[in-house]
Write a protein that binds this ligand. Sequence first.
Ligand code: SF4
Length: 488
Amino acid sequence: MSSETGYRDIDRKARVRQPPVKYAKRPVEERVLDFEEVILGFDEETARAEALRCLQCPDPQPCMSSCPAGNDVAEALWLISQGDFIGAAKVFAATSPLPEVCGRVCPNLCQEGCVLGKYCGAISIGKLEAFVADVARRAGALAIEVPEEKTGRRVAVVGSGPAGITVAEDLVKKGHEITVYEAWPVPGGVLIYGIPSFKLNKNVVLHKIHDLEAAGVKFITNTRIGEAITVDDLLKEYDAVFLGTGAGVEASMNIPGEDLKGIYKSTDYLIRANVPPEMLPPEKREKPVIGRRVAVIGGGDTAVDCARTSVRLGAEEVTIVYRRTEAEMPGNKVERAICLEEGVNIEYLQAPVEFIGDESGHVKAMKVIKMKLGEPDASGRRRPIPIEGSEFIQEVDTVILAIGYWPDPFIGEKTENLATHKWGLIVADEELGTTTREGVFAAGDNVHGPDLVITAIASAHRAADSIHAYLNGKPVRLPEPPPPRRKR
Ligand code: SF4
């Protein structure tokens, strides 16, 4: 660091002219034949070269400000440029318990903030993060350190996705006893059951679960809270309960023919196609049967995941049908570009209005209407408006619906005084993660709706802080319950 300027003395003019260093990807013709990870990422040499492009911007660094978890990107990139990969991984791990996951699946908000985006190209921060985290995890350098002296306070964490993992790690580090409940056979939540292996190898997640177990976190799987065990039961046994159950219930299109054979919901489709049978309950072990022509309805990351999965299952024509334009498409642009490389076609400004079946009740076509864009809606994106009389018939053999996700309303329905609002989202204080039920905290997708892994991590960190305060007897503010719903 320069003592005069407060930041590092480097030749910024030379760095700003350096083109990005490419990371390795598997060739298309090879990768579409299996479910192995597509992005191979950086090695030691290329990682150092890419990190050496960083301008080490003065505070506040745009990359750090753009990351919901506040990762100290500049410091990590400096350490990478010096060859200290484990040191860099520890910098990422100081603010995120899942750097190897975020580096692989986040749409790189930090990267979008990087000032070099206006010049030669933003730094590939995510892929550098994944590289150093893998190096450090393999070396055992990211083991979770816990105090010898325990507090004697017990916390139940419901759900083992990004929010649950964050709360479990934060609290076990403070000496509390943590038990995580997971409805599926293997811990990891959406990281195992929602994100395909060609983006995130399951072993990356299992390694993290192993580290948590080594730190003393206990996992109880195949247990859906609200059934045999309720939140009220947990509150008798534990000092606090955290709900990190995500948003796994799929929205419906509510159009004719949606129940035809050959039409899948995206979550079920991805689980059956991507998750090894030994990680699934017996009724989910059968692989989806798809036809030659597959249409995926939706425009987010899940639609892209379903399309790429269909390519790997052998479909000849895979089309994503999206009702807006590319400019409004949510999700990861890098993954979308990879999807196009793999031969997927995207049709913009279209939406099905009816699915048509054959005599056996199997989908054979869909009636599609063309759209134009109107004024922005509540999401800030321009509203799609159907163009009257523009309908046409598109023949399809398989349809996958990937149009929206909400939390399972089950826990809200089964827990007294736990307020929920639209579509089952849990009412929780944004900053504290407190719910309307004392001792019960919530954060992540079940509070704010489907969002990024890093967003769930950031809100779960805040919830863990207030659980710790609560366990230490400090008063924590509860949210206002919503006004009672009007009876229809
Ligand atoms: Fe480096 Fe880009 Fe962050 Fe500046 S904004 S410190 S160049 S990563």
